[in-house]
Design a protein around this ligand. Sequence first.
Ligand code: SF4
Length: 336
Amino acid sequence: MRQFMPRKIYYEPEVRKYPLGCSLLEKYEAMGIDAEEIENHNRIPQLRKLPDTELVRLKKYLILGVRKSLRLIPNKLSADFIVPFTSSGCSAMCLYCYLLCTFFKGSYLRVFVNREEIMKTICRKAAHLTSSTVFELGSNSDLILENTVTGNLPWVVEQFARLPNATATLATKFHMVDDLLDLNHQGHTQFRISVNPQEIIRQVEIGTSTLKERITAANKLYQAGYRVGINIAPVILLEEWKDLYTGMFRTLNQGLEEGLKQQAFVEIIFMTYGQANRIINPAALPGTIDLFDKQLMRPKGRGKYCYRPEVREKAEGFILEQIRCHLPRASISYIV
Ligand code: SF4
């Protein structure tokens, strides 16, 4: 089990008003982990002033706070609504992580302990639903990783099981799913297992689970009756990308349960790379691969880059062909 063990806790005093806040503080205090009070999880001056080279150290900290913004955001891709949920940030260090563009060095794991209030917002919305509606819970973090800290997910799955028209969805690059397998989920939670060639996971998705571990997790979730999707994200066009993705699709074909392959829904997301990634990665993680390729990429909005249309079109055709060959019964949800 890959469990996140923080080196230090920073916490808003208000978290003591919530059972989860109290239990987390007690748990880590009993382990001898230092905890420091902060005014606001959004502004931690003593961390903000540290140089980019300290990112690896910052990622080992855990911030505990109370989520104030509980507004559901309409969405048209993976879900009907994006929910600002129980965490943001992550302890892993994927070189392309878009959270680095939003939070910069503050992309460390923040856990919001007011899960009941957050869930109430969803329940209020669900009470008025007349048709099946999907809520994306993990757009700002990885909830399977967060679950190793909070144990929130079994509770969340059981809450959704009671909401007639609501389905929870979340994507993950982690494999620690064992405490989700015996739950009465009623089919109201679905998981999207994020995949990439193992060589890309090793070099780029630093601190996440291996492809083999993710395939095993996908099979376990499928056997437990969950709907399981495959999230090919992000597609990264390294020099040998065709060989890498061909190998990945072969591994998926061999490793995934037959039934899973038949019901799988596939999302394909091409990499967007940020100026923040370009600046912070070499300072924080010297010697890691540079994902920016000026031959293949073009600017996309402020401070971001994406693959040029002609490059992307070619890669898209290749990926779709691989899916037809190795996962012929799977449906494609979207390509972006
Ligand atoms: Fe970012 Fe997701 Fe990687 Fe965590 S697992 S660093 S949230 S991309």
